[in-house]
Design a protein around this ligand. Structure first.
Ligand SMILES: *Cc1c(COP(=O)(O)O)cnc(C)c1O
Length: 483
């Protein structure tokens, strides 16, 4: 099985090569040429680790020893052996994806990615140093740093939007230790940082020093996406085991969405045979996806808002390109045209037939900061469950989505990463700084502070670089000399 570019102008590559390249040379995203089906009854009998192994092998069939890769990736890193627990909350379920080393759902995939890259290099006989370039809206950066720091044969450079991440997210990144890491703020928003990184990927080849190859830890990398398919299966299996559903029943999933990676993984799970009903795409005030799913017009020409759910402050959702490719049955000419429309004119419109297919699988809604805050307060008051701002955006969308099927709300971050908004939502006045707020939130709710966030305020800041977006390439070239 090979991987092809959604834009069709690059040659097909092996799965391991797709993981190493990250993005296709024509600017498109890699997709498997064909995807098999998994037998549901078999899947339901597996442990979380076995499920990971099985699903990763479907996407990455040329990787050897997937069991070893999975074992090394997760050993001792998560709070629970099952990695991603499901918690009943009211008449819904919350799928907790934030029990990993940096308290965000990105840990699920970014714990595996370094292992995949090491294995892919071996497979492809690559001896160059792999430097991971990453743009982050707040959580990918730290999760990737955690995964790649001091990993032999790799380096990692993280760009985050200056002033566009929460104080806790920033502190997590700028205190990162490790010989092979750089963390740098970019004056601009996440879209600027992501566009800059994509540009470097497609233009840097001739400028790189000998012995260095770039790769991506963003969800444009298929190695990020495949591990995320697992927790949809895992959540479903848990509901069956608990007697809450019968095998074969449809389950809806509501997903707080930014770059469209998480929710696309749910769609891929459905393609593999998981009985997924509707995928509800939840956005904050940057609701470009809500409008798109309702109308078929993707229009990024709109104000960009900094919200209390910063990891979803995105107007250009990269992985949507993969969904469009799937919905068009791999019509790469059409996808290339739509993406050209987006970059040249700021918008595109999909054909009606494609919109109908889209709306048969997806629904969409959004919540502004006020509605998000109200949802956090309501969930705490009614169910004594404390959720973060991103989860609350999804909860709010799930409440508005009328369906008889069980609804699983994906919870993507610990409330302790966004203490200011959460404390306000509980009707209290936040303390003077983000670290004191964590203690305050603990005193108010009794919910344990995740270990990795304890003592964050005392750690030394090691990364202070701030640059303009047009300096990103030069920054990378000079960083490559020292990491
Ligand atoms: C990254 C992130 C999201 C959005 O996920 P996508 O895969 O980019 O759609 C939502 N919530 C949190 C907390 C995140 O870190």
């Amino acid at each position: 099985m090979n991987y092809v570019s959604t834009r069709g102008a690059s040659a097909p590559v092996s799965p391991s090569r797709a993981v190493l390249n990250g993005i296709a040379p024509d600017g498109g995203l890699y997709m498997p040429e064909t995807l098999g089906k998994l037998t549901l009854s078999e899947m339901l009998s597996l442990s979380t680790q076995q499920m990971s192994e099985k699903i990763l092998s479907v996407f990455l069939p040329d990787f050897e020893d997937m069991a070893g890769i999975v074992a090394r990736a997760y050993r001792g890193k998560f709070e629970t052996e099952e990695l991603t627990p499901v918690v009943p909350v009211g008449d819904k379920y919350v799928l907790e994806l934030f029990r990993g080393p940096t308290s965000a759902f990105k840990d699920v995939a970014l714990s595996v990615l370094p292992q995949l890259i090491i294995a892919a290099k071996k497979q492809e006989k690559v001896t160059e140093k792999t430097v991971i370039l990453t743009a982050t809206s707040g959580d990918t950066g730290k999760a990737a740093l955690e995964g790649f720091h001091d990993v032999d044969g790799t380096g990692i450079i993280v760009f985050y939007p200056d002033g566009g991440v929460s104080p806790i997210q920033r502190a997590q990144m700028v205190t990162q230790e490790g010989k092979n890491v750089r963390v740098c703020a970019v004056r601009g928003n996440f879209d600027d940082a992501q566009t800059g990184v994509k540009w470097i990927f497609t233009h840097a080849a001739s400028k790189l020093p000998q012995g260095v190859a770039l790769s991506s830890a963003n969800s444009i990398n298929i190695g990020r996406l495949a591990p995320q398919v697992v927790y949809y299966y895992k959540a479903y299996a848990e509901l069956v085991r608990a007697g809450r559903i019968h095998a074969g029943d449809k389950v809806d999933f509501t997903v707080p969405t930014g770059n469209f990676g998480d929710i696309l993984a749910g769609y891929l799970a459905k393609k593999l045979g998981l009985p997924v009903g509707t995928l509800v795409c939840a956005s904050n005030a940057n609701n470009v996806l809500t409008d798109f799913i309702r109308t078929g017009v993707y229009d990024k020409r709109r104000p960009f808002y900094l919200t209390t759910s910063p990891s979803m402050d995105i107007l250009v959702s990269s992985n949507l390109e993969r969904l469009l490719w799937l919905l068009s049955d791999g019509d790469s000419q059409l996808i290339a045209k739509l993406m050209r429309d987006l970059s040249e004119n700021g918008f595109y419109k999909i054909p009606d037939a494609m919109l109908q297919k889209l709306q048969a699988e997806f629904a969409a809604d959004w919540a502004d900061d006020e509605a998000t805050q109200a949802a956090i307060g309501r969930v705490w008051r009614d169910h004594r469950y404390l959720c973060d701002t991103h989860t609350a955006v999804a909860w709010s969308a799930a409440e508005k989505f009328a369906s008889k099927a069980p609804n699983v709300v994906l919870s993507t971050a610990s409330p302790y990463k966004f203490p200011q908004a959460v404390i306000r939502a509980l009707g209290e006045t936040p303390s003077e700084n983000a670290f004191a707020m964590m203690d305050q939130l603990h005193a108010l709710t009794g919910v344990p502070v995740p270990k990795n966030l304890c003592g964050l305020g005392e750690r030394a800041e090691r990364h202070r670089d701030v640059i303009d977006k047009d300096q990103m390439m030069n920054y990378v070239l000079s960083a490559l000399e020292t990491i």
